[in-house]
Design a protein around this ligand. Structure first.
Ligand code: SAM
Length: 283
């Protein structure tokens, strides 16, 4: 039988391909084409408009690092806001903390419905958690209008194409700064250091204009090709590189935090940047 392959459509001249074992779901929502298929190595793969969002096999790397860097760095995170995050991975990691409330603002309800049905290994039972307030809305509109304040905002959006474009503008950063408490922290993905250098530089520059503490930090995972994948940390008052390894270990122990990627060494070293990235960021 003819082999079927998925080739990602994110970069004009480079593609990652996954051999499709079985297509589990294809659905056109009001915002995007949602697909879930299985691959013999990566497990279930979620794509939106032909762009890989997450896979069962390597999602833990991205979700742990987007969540634990800010939540461990914050002295006492109680109110969390997630923008996007329709696959449930960020929500799952946030719920490992003794928080008061987590608000998740996802523009496309269908992504949540598909994820609940086909990606239970990622979201697990987090969607039923009593601490969750789920809002189906545009994240940019929400942060502009909300009167609430948050300790940590995690922007787990797709790439700056389609509905996520508004989440990469300076106004969005300014609105987030307004809704953060005094020791508030924001993290987000800012793309591949090789193939999305413009997005990485642009978002780093905007964050530095809006926040006193801006750091880029690095992960690598098979599904997000292009060398180091970059995450952005923005805060007025909390510097995540000033926390000792002993304190990190103490916090992790007292939380009983179980992780597969994040640990004190990774926390300390993920902010170390190679020369080509420092040069691109004018550091
Ligand atoms: N880990 C992925 C990545 O780094 O590209 C992101 C995964 S998550 C599935 C991305 C989510 O952002 C999608 O469910 C999408 O519907 C949502 N999204 C896109 N634009 C949005 C917006 N303006 N407001 C809220 N959610 C948005």
């Amino acid at each position: 039988m003819k082999e079927k392959w998925f080739f990602e459509k994110l970069y004009p001249a480079v593609k990652i391909g996954y051999k499709i074992e079985k297509v589990l779901k294809t659905q056109l929502s009001a915002f995007q084409k949602i697909e879930v298929f299985t691959n013999s190595i990566m497990g279930k793969v979620l794509t939106l408009d032909k762009v890989i969002q997450t896979t069962e096999r390597d999602e833990f790397i991205y979700h742990e690092m987007l969540v634990h860097i800010p939540l461990i760095s914050h002295p006492d995170p109680k109110k969390i806001l997630i923008i996007g995050g329709g696959d449930g991975g960020v929500l799952r990691e946030v719920l490992k903390y003794p928080i008061q409330k987590v608000t998740l603002v996802e523009i496309d309800q269908t992504v949540i419905e598909v994820s609940k049905k086909y990606l239970q290994n990622i979201g697990k039972r987090c969607w039923e958690n009593k601490k969750l307030e789920l809002i189906i809305d545009d994240g940019a509109k929400f942060v502009k209008n909300t009167k609430e304040k948050f300790d940590v905002v995690i922007v787990d959006s797709s790439d700056p194409i389609g509905p996520a474009k508004v989440l990469f503008r300076k106004k969005f950063y300014q609105d987030i700064k307004r809704i953060l408490n005094k020791k508030g922290i924001m993290t987000r993905q800012t793309g591949s250091s090789f193939y999305q250098e413009k997005e990485m530089k642009e978002n780093f520059r905007i964050s530095k204009e809006v926040f006193k503490n801006t750091f880029l930090y690095l992960i690598t995972l098979p599904s997000y090709i292009g060398g180091f994948f970059t995450l952005l940390y923005s805060s007025e008052n909390i510097n995540p590189t000033k926390i000792s390894k002993a304190l990190l270990a103490k916090k992790i122990k007292s939380l009983g935090l179980k992780t597969k990627y994040y640990n004190p060494d990774i926390h300390i070293n993920c902010f170390s940047l190679p020369e080509y990235i420092k040069k691109a960021l004018k550091l």
